[in-house]
Ligand binder design. Structure first.
Ligand SMILES: Nc1ncnc2c1ncn2[C@@H]1O[C@H](COP(=O)(O)OP(=O)(O)OP(=O)(O)O)[C@@H](O)[C@H]1O
Length: 575
């Protein structure tokens, strides 16, 4: 958590001025009971109305100065806290962007969202309170105690007993609360995960009539969260009654001791009132301090979670700084590649060796879970191999900077994702300055020209969040066009025509074959028809290449390929 304090450096001035003005406010507040002593012991005792009026004006002035100091402090505290929070949020967001698929798979996106939003907000609120109270509250508590000693030693001992007892109690509560608040945030992650899954899969839930089951699962996660929150809340709730009881007992003791001493003529009535006033100030301040401690406890738990995420190191490290000059070599080459997902027991890919030459179309086929996506994800280094080598243009992918490597590759993932904005904005993701002509060309190859032409506004038509106003097939074609706009050296289509009808899929394949002879295309599919005409087909089974060659070669010598083809194509199509 304390590592996060480096984010204060841009707000040093505000972080010093805010507590300083709070300290000034506290000092003026501590003077008020002294003025009261004079009003009672001099003004009222001698029935000197003029003196009472004069002192009352001084009291109001002290109050106004205190208020002004408080306003200035609030301003600086808010500025520092908002800046502190937004710096953390910005760095955390950038850090998440730098993480590789391994960490994203391991951590999960819902907890990342909670950490980026709710946790950072909590840290921001905690920091704001800290700036406002960490100097003010102890200053009032100890200042009032010192003032009490200057008034009367014996009575002031009541302060010496009360304050440590409350402090120990507050500390104990804090130690108990920290793990509870950490649990609360973890359970919040769970609720968020369920909410996210449910909202994303709302249609599937309805189609399977699972509303009741899903509501029950949500209810259970939510009530689990509520229980933990209540536990934390109940513990924190003990704080205020305990503090009030202790302070009121102390006030009763003060009045009792003070009363006896007034009777003996040791102290004046005004001084007793001042002592009670100091005790009340301490009460208010301890309640605030207790609140600060609860908030800080929560912030500490959130800070640790944010810090944990910031400490997470990317497993795919971008070490290359200089631009690599590609060597003479195949467009893509796998040399005895082995790959294992983090936490998995068995390799997802083993002993993969193949070559893809410039301009070739490589079909990748295999059953579900055979490793097709894993294979193509190794080319742009979404994951790193655990053995062997992946080479692009004769150079190990690890030697390129991620930026240089990925700029060569256009990838269309299985799930077609578009972003909120115009179609043109979406198309320019790969090439910021793509002209409309380039965009239309890409749309034509991707069989998406008609979709855009029929939309109101054409390229300016709005794509809603996640492309909700488009069908699955339309989304797929637009994501293919987006990858084509970039004119990549290597184009990876990871099962990206699964939502297309056969005729469109065939047109798309024919069009893709017409693109530059320098583009190497990886066509991943479970459909034999999609990859049948590829220059080379890789047949995957259980993470291994069990066949490699053209359709004609494989149909004769690869059993797995034969099975796939015979289950999907007619005898004529197979030939
Ligand atoms: N992120 C992941 N973490 C752990 N294991 C994974 C992950 N992604 C895939 N796997 C596992 O790796 C193996 C290969 O998965 P992969 O997604 O590459 O298969 P695929 O051939 O593309 O399947 P499909 O055609 O169904 O998309 C499977 O056993 C799968 O369960």
């Amino acid at each position: 958590m304390f590592r996060l304090f480096k984010y204060i450096k841009n707000y040093k001035k505000e972080s010093i001025l805010a507590p300083l003005f709070k300290f000034l406010e506290a000092s003026f507040e501590l003077l008020i009971p002294l003025v009261m002593v004079r009003i009672i012991d001099i003004g009222i005792k001698n029935r000197d109305i003029e003196y009472v009026k004069k002192m009352s004006i001084i009291m109001v002035i002290l109050g106004i100065i205190g208020l002004l100091c408080s306003l200035v402090a609030q301003f600086f505290a808010a500025k520092a806290a908002v800046g502190f929070g937004s710096s953390i949020r910005r760095d955390l967001f950038q850090h998440i962007q730098s993480l590789s698929y391994n960490e994203i798979d391991k951590i999960g996106s819902s907890t990342m969202i909670t950490r980026l939003t709710s946790d950072v907000n909590q840290i921001q609120t905690g920091f704001n309170l800290l700036l406002r109270l960490f100097l003010r509250s102890p200053c009032i508590v100890f200042g009032a105690m010192v003032m009490a000693f200057t008034i009367n030693m014996k009575a002031a001992f009541v302060f010496v007993v009360t304050i440590p007892v409350i402090s120990v109690f507050v500390l104990a509560l804090m130690i108990i609360s920290i793990p509870i608040y950490k649990k609360v945030q973890n359970k919040l992650d769970k609720v968020l995960l369920l909410t996210k899954e449910n909202l994303a899969g709302v249609r599937v839930i309805r189609a399977f009539n699972r509303q009741k089951d899903e509501s029950e699962a949500f209810e259970s996660a939510s009530s689990d969260l509520v229980k933990t929150q209540l536990m934390g809340g109940n513990i924190s709730a003990l704080l205020n009654p305990f503090t009030y009881v202790m302070i009121n007992l102390a006030i009763v003791t003060l009045v009792w001791i003070g009363g006896k001493q007034v009777y003996k003529g040791i102290i004046t009535q005004g001084e007793v009132v001042a002592l009670v006033n100091y005790m009340s100030q301490i009460l208010v301040e301890l309640v605030k301090l207790a609140f600060l401690i609860i908030m800080l406890t929560k912030s500490l738990a959130c800070g640790n979670r944010v810090n944990q995420l910031l400490q997470e190191e990317a497993s795919v490290v971008d070490t290359a700084e200089t631009k690599i000059i590609p060597k003479d070599g195949p467009s893509v080459e796998f040399k005895d590649v082995g790959f294992l997902y983090q936490g998995a027991k068995e390799e997802a890919l083993s002993n993969l060796t193949f070559v893809a030459n410039k301009g070739q179309t490589i079909g990748v086929i295999g059953g579900t879970g055979s490793g097709k996506s894993s294979l193509v994800n190794l080319i742009p280094r979404f994951y790193d191999v655990i053995s062997g080598e992946v080479l692009v243009n004769g150079v190990n992918v690890k030697e390129y900077s991620l930026q240089q490597l990925r700029s060569k590759i256009g990838i269309v993932p299985q799930k077609a994702v578009l972003f909120r904005g115009t179609i043109r904005e979406n198309m320019r993701w790969g090439k910021k300055d793509a002209t409309d002509k380039e965009i239309w060309e890409a749309l034509e190859i991707a069989q998406a020209k008609e979709i855009v032409e029929l939309k109101d506004g054409g390229l300016d038509a709005l794509v809603l969040q996640e492309g909700k106003n488009l069908s699955g097939g339309q989304r797929q074609r637009l994501t293919i066009a987006r990858a084509l706009v970039k004119k990549p050296e290597i184009l990876i289509l990871d099962d990206s025509s699964s939502a297309l009808d056969y005729a469109t899929d065939a047109k798309l394949r024919r069009a893709i074959q017409t693109i530059s002879s320098n583009t190497t295309v990886f066509l991943v599919s479970q459909r034999a028809a999609t990859i049948k005409n590829a220059d080379k087909i890789l047949v995957l089974d259980d993470g291994k290449i069990v066949g490699s060659g053209t359709h004609e070669q494989l149909i004769l010598n690869c059993e797995v390929y034969q099975e796939i083809c015979l289950s999907q194509l007619s005898k004529e199509e197979v030939q």
